[in-house]
Design a protein around this ligand. Structure first.
Ligand SMILES: Cc1cc2nc3c(=O)[nH]c(=O)nc-3n(C[C@H](O)[C@H](O)[C@H](O)COP(=O)(O)OP(=O)(O)OC[C@H]3O[C@@H](n4cnc5c(N)ncnc54)[C@H](O)[C@@H]3O)c2cc1C
Length: 445
């Protein structure tokens, strides 16, 4: 009988890993602690629950590294991409999904699979034998985190990211706000109008910055903020870096025309992105925050159009547990000290839904090869998948290792192409063309 693969954690990575293995004919047991043991961010017992934004980011596989990762996962028959495509929402060039339909879709597909068993309950200790993948994510339960720390001897670092608030659409004042994607991007009318925009003049912007700076915040313990990475900075941290930072970041007013006042250029614009298929919920883009709840409602209701906003969810802070993978994992994602255990997902030090699912896909492919007695090389570093895994299992500096999104900076350069901004379009196309060829070759092994 074929040996089983056990997966701890049925999130983005664990769900994808389970699917890959089951589709390859390997019996899989998913050990998921929810709904019996919860986390502060998950709200359901579904597999692959999205805990914050509903976006898988850019879907452009020619010019964007995460778009390329989408492409590679689709080529590999990935479940996360299949369900994201099946439950996508208009988002002007990005891939956003209805979070409930998406998670329910993933859960149903895995439950229905004849080779998948789902065992509910927390795993609190490291398994001694068998084939295992640990994909317990940034909110790994305390007991298991303790067991991992005891085994590795290395510091499993913890730091905090912040959640953006979600607003009920019918509480937005449409005499002030309007629908438009930046630069009217998108193929359909719906996509070109995927975002809700709230304009600010200079005085409103300055008062808003003052209010953010003065707002009550949840205090950090010493050293906690050291782990921030720039993709997920809380709004108040951005504001603290300089009064103009937000105006050049999530509040940039470019590519948008206010139909209520077409001749007046907004000084800053707050954008909200659709958060569910019904279009009843919108999240405030880039407004992850650690302001206290009372302060958040006061501050966000200063935004023109949101004076009477009702919030479905306010922002918050969260822990992020991840391994020092460059020292702990080998290039097949095995724990060097216990090679029957692989790690996958955000706990390996990648960041984001897509990257986490991608590392689930890869860990499963390695495990499948091992169980079936085949050789499987690490994907070439020129592919998005290979660039990420190469980075976390050795490419990154171990001493300063921090979670990483996929980006072209992780790819080996293509020789003979023009550098700088001018050559960027051709360069990115060359990266992605090369990656696609190599990924197809790797899959065909
Ligand atoms: C609050 C918050 C906001 C985030 N916002 C975003 C965002 O906007 N965009 C983005 O791309 N990424 C975001 N992330 C990162 C996101 O969590 C990850 O990118 C992604 O969900 C990680 O996938 P994963 O499979 O590694 O972990 P998860 O999806 O978290 O899955 C891990 C699973 O393991 C289970 N588990 C944990 N411990 C045990 C145990 N001992 N036994 C059994 N089961 C266990 C958990 O219940 C969970 O279901 C956010 C993370 C957090 C915590």
């Amino acid at each position: 009988m074929t040996e089983k693969l056990h997966i701890i954690g049925g999130g983005m990575a664990g769900s994808e890993a389970a699917w890959q293995a089951a589709q390859a004919g390997i019996p899989v047991v998913i050990h998921e602690m929810r709904p019996h043991v919860g986390t502060f961010a998950h709200q359901t017992g579904n597999l692959a629950e999205m805990v914050c934004s509903n976006s898988f980011r850019s879907d452009d596989s020619e010019q964007n590294a995460v778009g390329l990762l989408h492409w590679e996962m689709r080529e590999a028959g990935g479940l996360i991409m299949e369900m994201a495509d099946a439950h996508s929402l208009p988002a002007g060039g990005a891939l956003a999904v209805d979070r409930d339909q998406f998670a329910e879709g993933v859960t149903a597909r895995l439950r229905e699979h004849p080779l998948v068993t789902i065992e509910e309950g927390e795993i609190a200790a490291l398994p001694d034998d068998g084939h295992w993948i640990i994909a317990t994510g940034p909110l790994t339960s305390g007991n298991l985190a303790e067991a991992i720390r005891a085994e590795t001897g290395a510091e499993a670092l913890a730091f905090f990211d912040a959640i953006a608030p979600i607003v009920y659409a019918d509480s937005v004042d449409m005499d002030k706000a309007w629908f438009q994607s930046r630069y009217d991007k998108g193929e359909t009318e719906e996509e070109r109008k995927a975002y809700l925009n709230c304009p600010m003049d200079r005085d409103q912007y300055e008062a808003f910055i003052d209010a953010i700076l003065a707002a009550d915040k949840t205090e950090f313990h010493e050293g906690e903020t050291a782990g921030y990475f720039d993709g997920c900075l809380p709004i108040e941290v951005m504001a603290e870096r300089g009064r103009e930072t937000l105006r050049f970041g999530p509040m940039k007013p470019v590519g948008l025309t206010n139909p209520h006042q077409p001749d007046v250029k907004a000084y800053a614009v707050v954008q909200l992105r659709r958060d569910n298929a019904l279009g009843t919920l919108f999240n405030i883009v880039g407004f992850q925050t650690k302001m206290k709840y009372g302060a958040q409602t006061d501050v966000f209701r200063m935004i023109p159009g949101l004076e009477d906003a009702k919030f479905a969810r306010l922002g918050g802070i969260h822990r992020n547990t991840f391994l020092n993978s460059p020292t702990l994992l080998d290039d097949q994602m095995r724990l060097k000290s216990r090679p029957n255990i692989r790690f996958a997902g955000q706990i390996t030090g990648v960041e984001g839904y897509v990257e986490s699912a991608a590392m689930g896909l890869l860990a499963a492919r390695f495990a499948i090869a091992e169980i079936t007695g085949k050789e499987l090389t690490t994907p070439p570093a020129e592919t998005a998948m290979g660039a990420l895994v190469t980075h976390i299992t050795g490419g990154a500096e171990a001493k300063t290792f921090q979670p990483m999104n996929v980006n072209f900076g992780l790819f080996p350069p293509v020789e003979g192409l023009k550098g700088g901004r001018r050559g960027r379009k051709d360069r990115y196309k060359a990266y992605t063309d090369r990656a696609k060829e190599l990924w197809k070759g790797w899959l065909a092994q």
